[in-house]
Design a protein around this ligand. Structure first.
Ligand SMILES: Cc1cc2nc3c(=O)[nH]c(=O)nc-3n(C[C@H](O)[C@H](O)[C@H](O)COP(=O)(O)OP(=O)(O)OC[C@H]3O[C@@H](n4cnc5c(N)ncnc54)[C@H](O)[C@@H]3O)c2cc1C
Length: 312
């Protein structure tokens, strides 16, 4: 694997590629190291790779995984991971293990650094680096064209399991209904700016949304406008610079459907949009479009679904 060409690194879970995999591989010029479980099956899912190295590491915490992978990557000037949840966990640890800087949240990388998306999500910065670096690439922004040829696949021996310390898992806690991690939720009710337009404040609208979410067994998500306004925490932001989700049911209240939001939405089997604008992108995408005032619809749903609410 000794080469100065850039390389993408993808963590594979049960043969499944992370969000943004093909974009990261395309940005790295087609070269990729797949680590994790069922990496050969995952290699067959890539559409932009020219050469794939696979290494079966099984599941292990990101610290030991980074220590195990670092020797395979020392000669690579640019090591690129998608800014998926696993990519964001592994990248800083790889940067430490490789003793080089991390350029997080890139739109593109080049030999002298990366174009980074600023913390406000609206500005671009040119980060210049003299030596080698690790970077994460924001999914959903670059796009990637599929290549006609299948890639060359090279299997590497599994690395030593005993390397590297990391935090120990003491218990696995299950979140209460409606509060599970967004990226694992099968149902999501989500708030956009349009939900805070009625008599309710933004925070009160979110509290009502949480009630409805609990009644439906759905997690609560939000757009960036909503998290920026502080109505709910940033961990609830869905989109290319937030959590990437793949629910079966998505209920969007007052969400316009901007590309950066929809880019993190996956492909819900059932998408409902409650919006006063019948022509906004979210309504155009929806299976069921409710053209109505979002706070009013939410209040009515809460009245009907919450146990203490009076029934008609
Ligand atoms: C680099 C970058 C990264 C970004 N990343 C993300 C991201 O990860 N996630 C994300 O969400 N955004 C992201 N954004 C922001 C994104 O571009 C949009 O600004 C944002 O998604 C819009 O949120 P919204 O739909 O809540 O608000 P708006 O676009 O303002 O839409 C509000 C909607 O509410 C409707 N409405 C108004 N009043 C009512 C009412 N009474 N009842 C019902 N509907 C009503 C309107 O018709 C409209 O459709 C990013 C932007 C940039 C530049």
């Amino acid at each position: 694997m000794n080469d100065t060409e850039p390389i993408a690194v993808l963590l594979v879970r049960g043969g499944t590629l992370p969000h943004g995999a093909d974009e990261a591989v395309a940005e790295a010029g087609g070269l990729v190291l797949l680590a994790g479980e069922d990496t050969k099956a995952a290699a067959g899912l890539l559409t932009t790779a020219t050469r794939v190295w696979t290494v079966e590491t099984g599941t292990r915490p990101p610290g030991p995984l980074a220590t195990a992978l670092a020797p395979l990557l020392t000669d690579r000037r640019i090591v690129l991971l998608p800014a998926s949840p696993d990519g964001r966990d592994l990248a800083p640890r790889l940067a430490v293990a490789l003793d080089r800087p991390l350029l997080a949240s890139a739109l593109a990388v080049h030999s002298g650094g990366a174009d980074l998306i600023g913390a406000d999500g609206r500005t671009l910065m040119d980060a210049a680096v003299l030596g080698p670096f690790v970077a994460t690439l924001e999914p959903g922004l670059r796009g990637a064209e599929a290549l006609p040829e299948s890639p060359e696949i090279i299997e590497l021996p599994p690395p030593d399991r005993s390397v590297g310390p990391d935090a120990e898992q003491s218990a696995l806690l299950t979140a209460p209904p409606g509060q599970e991690q967004l990226d694992q939720a099968a149902r999501i009710v989500a708030a956009g700016a349009g939900l805070g337009t009625g008599e309710l404040t933004g925070q009160a609208a979110i509290a009502l949304l949480e009630q409805v979410g609990t009644a439906l067994g759905a997690a609560v998500g939000a757009t960036r406008v909503v998290t920026d306004a502080g109505w709910t925490g940033e961990e609830r932001q869905i989109g290319t610079t937030g959590v990437v989700v793949s629910p079966e049911l998505y209920l969007a209240f007052g969400i316009s459907g901007a590309a950066q939001h929809v880019g993190g939405l996956g492909r819900p089997a059932h998408l409902v949009s409650v919006n006063t604008d019948p022509h906004c992108p979210m309504t155009a995408l929806a299976d069921l479009a409710v053209v109505a005032d979002a706070p009013t619809v939410l209040a009515e749903l809460a009245r009907r679904l919450t146990p203490e609410a009076p029934r008609d």
